[in-house]
Structure formats: structure tokens, C-alpha cells
Design a binder for this molecule. Structure first.
Ligand code: PPY
Length: 363
């Protein structure tokens, strides 16, 4: 069994089309740390640091590699001069919150030892406070708290980009970007899901939500009085738009046949379990907004505000343009008779082939 798992990890790395993986074991906490460097073609490999418990380190490695690929595509589609990478800290199930500070400091020291081959920011399970700890040893970290001179939580800006992407998706599918009266089911009311819910309510949507965390269910249910959908009923719940804002791999052979929505457009990374799931959605006439395009708002916000000194208002204007990028992808998809997932992939591949463009981001 153990040998089998080791072989899985070797096969994963061998079969991956990314550049390389580095790992380190944090003995004090029993945390396996992986950094997957997918591509250095467009610039310094960059991506968030995810903290999560996995059944086996091979799953953490797989997550890091898939997420890193998504980062390469994310930066390529928006022509942003960064490479794609991601880090995963696979903490044990019984991880003691008191050990968190030490883990973040040691992780920051490791990144410093790696001398900037990877730059990072927050992701699922990590926060601006964690980034401040990493920053004590390593300067290539984004998403620091506002009182530490950073841009703070990027969740609301990721949500803004998703909101604009939902408008563009509705324009394409229904012929109108007006969201008033549309039913949206938001899966996951966390750092991105909750601000997205607020934007959707302001726009006059009828919002339902789901979450696996009872604390968030109670909070959002009470504060906003929304209809709650049981996690296992999410895929078959009728709605205009399903907005996945939690874990990945949720669009698969089992869930896609159940879908009772017209559009899937949300913030979660790696929503498609397998590449063919993009085609499956198309065959079911469900419009899919490629995740790494619609969820680029957080990366755009942090890397322009903290990385390039842009004013927040300017960065936010750029985040809103995600709507235009989505429209380009849908147009490409129609023109070539391919799924939006394939269209986004083709655009990303073409940008990578051409290399760095300095046009858009006046560095
Ligand atoms: C993501 O968009 O998934 C990110 O990981 C965002 C990001 C990327 C690079 C630095 C900080 C955050």
C-alpha cells in the first residue's frame, strides 16, 4: 500500500507537464510542504499558499500541481508577466492552531532559502496574518494586512471579478447582463463567496447558498436571511447560475448530469475534475466560465497594488475588465465551435508561445 502511494507520487511528477516540484517536511508539525513550479515562461512563478489536510501527501502534491497549472493559464490569459506555481501545506488532521505561527515562520524561512524562485500570497486556508508571518523572513509575499502596508484581504476583489464575469456570462447566454431577478446558488460562503453574495443581492438577484461549515451557515443564514441548500443537493438545485466558491473537482461525470442550472460561473480553482468535463458541460448546454479566468481578480488586485504600487481604484477598474476577457473567450468559443474551456486553454497556450508582452501592464 505504502509502496503504491510512493509510486503514485513518482508517476504524478513524471507525467506532469510543469517544470519542477520542491518539497520539505516540517517535522515539528508533521506538515508536508510542496511547491509546484509549473512555468517560468512569463515571469517569476507565483501563486497562493494553500493550507489543508489531505488523506495522503500524494493528494496534496496533485492539488499543488493542478493549481500551479491553473496559475500559468490565469496569468497567460490576462497577459500578466508572471509564471504559474502554487504551494500546498498539507497539515495533519489534528493540526494544533497554536503551531500555526511556527509553521508559517519556518515556511517563510524556506522560501527565503529558495531565493525567490517562487513568490506567494494567500489561498484557501491562509490569511493576510499568515502572509505577515512569512514576510518576516521572505519579501516575495503578497496579501499582507493593510496595517502592515499590504493590500489586505483579496476576497472582495476576487468576488468583484467573478461578479463581472457572471454579468458577461448572462449577456452571452440570456442576451442581457442585467442580473435582476436571476437565481444564483453560491456554493461556499467564505472569503470570496460571502462578498459575492452581497454583490449579487445588491444587483437584485435571488441568492441561495450552501456551505459545509455550520458556523458560516448560521452567520450567513441569520445576517442575510438566504435560503440554505444542503451540500449534497447543490448540483440538482434549480437555478440560473451556479457559482462554485469552495473546493475543486466538483464538475465531474457524476455531478454534471445532475445540473439544473444554465451557467456555472464561480471563484473556486480547478472546478473541472478532468479536461473532458468542459466538453460534458457544453453537451448539456451549460455555459461554463473557465475558473482561472473569472477568478483572476484576487491575483490582479494583490500583484498590481502591492507588486506595482497601483492605486486601489485603478486595480479595481482592471479587475472589472474580467467581464471583457470572459466575452472574448465566449466569442472565441462560438467562432471556432469549441467549448469555453478549450477556448481559454487555446488563448493561454498562444500567449505562452508568444512569450512576455509588456503592452498591457506597463511595468
Ligand atoms: C490565485 O489566484 O489562485 C492566487 O493564487 C492568487 C495569487 C497569486 C500570486 C500571488 C498572490 C496571490
Amino acid at each position: 500500500m505504502v509502496t503504491e502511494k510512493v509510486e503514485i507520487m513518482e508517476t504524478l511528477i513524471r507525467d506532469w507537464e510543469g517544470e519542477y516540484v520542491v518539497s520539505r517536511f516540517d517535522r515539528k508539525t508533521g506538515t508536508m510542504m510542496f511547491i509546484a513550479i509549473h512555468s517560468t515562461v512569463l515571469g517569476v512563478p507565483s501563486g497562493g499558499t494553500r493550507l489543508k489536510s489531505y488523506a495522503h501527501p500524494s493528494e496534496a502534491l496533485r492539488d499543488a500541481m493542478r493549481l500551479a497549472h491553473g496559475m500559468t493559464q490565469k496569468f497567460a490569459v490576462i497577459d500578466f508577466p508572471r509564471g504559474g506555481a502554487k504551494a500546498v501545506l498539507s497539515v495533519p488532521e489534528d493540526f494544533d492552531p497554536d503551531d500555526r505561527e511556527g509553521l508559517m515562520l519556518r515556511y517563510g524561512q524556506w522560501l527565503a532559502d529558495l531565493r525567490g524562485v517562487f513568490e506567494t500570497g494567500p489561498d484557501l486556508g491562509t490569511s493576510p496574518a499568515d502572509m505577515a508571518l512569512i514576510a518576516r523572513h521572505f519579501s516575495g509575499v503578497f496579501g499582507l494586512p493593510v496595517d502592515a502596508g499590504g493590500a489586505g484581504d483579496s476576497g472582495p476583489d476576487t468576488a468583484l471579478g467573478v461578479f463581472c464575469g457572471i454579468q458577461a456570462s448572462c449577456e452571452h447566454y440570456f442576451g442581457s447582463a442585467d442580473l435582476a431577478g436571476r437565481t444564483v446558488l453560491v456554493q461556499g460562503a467564505g472569503a470570496v463567496g460571502e462578498p459575492l453574495i452581497r454583490l449579487l443581492l445588491e444587483a437584485g438577484c435571488e441568492v441561495k447558498f450552501s456551505d459545509i461549515d455550520p458556523v458560516r451557515v448560521a452567520k450567513v443564514g441569520q445576517e442575510l436571511g438566504l435560503q440554505f441548500v444542503e451540500p449534497e443537493a447543490v448540483y440538482r438545485e434549480p437555478c440560473d447560475i451556479l457559482a462554485p466558491c469552495a473546493g475543486g473537482g466538483i464538475l465531474n461525470a457524476e455531478t454534471i448530469p445532475q445540473l439544473a442550472c444554465h451557467i456555472v460561473a464561480g471563484a473556486a480553482n480547478n472546478q473541472l475534475d478532468k479536461p473532458e468535463d468542459g466538453e460534458r458541460l457544453c453537451q448539456r448546454n451549460v455555459l461554463y466560465a473557465p475558473d482561472y479566468v473569472i477568478n483572476a481578480g484576487g491575483a490582479i488586485f494583490l500583484l498590481t497594488v502591492e507588486g506595482s504600487g497601483w492605486a486601489v481604484t485603478r486595480a479595481r477598474e482592471r479587475v472589472r475588465k474580467i467581464g471583457d476577457t470572459m466575452k472574448e473567450i465566449y466569442a472565441h468559443s462560438e467562432e471556432h465551435g469549441i467549448s469555453p474551456a478549450r477556448a481559454a486553454e487555446r488563448i493561454a497556450i498562444e500567449r505562452l508561445r508568444r512569450g512576455v508582452s509588456a503592452k498591457q501592464w506597463n511595468r
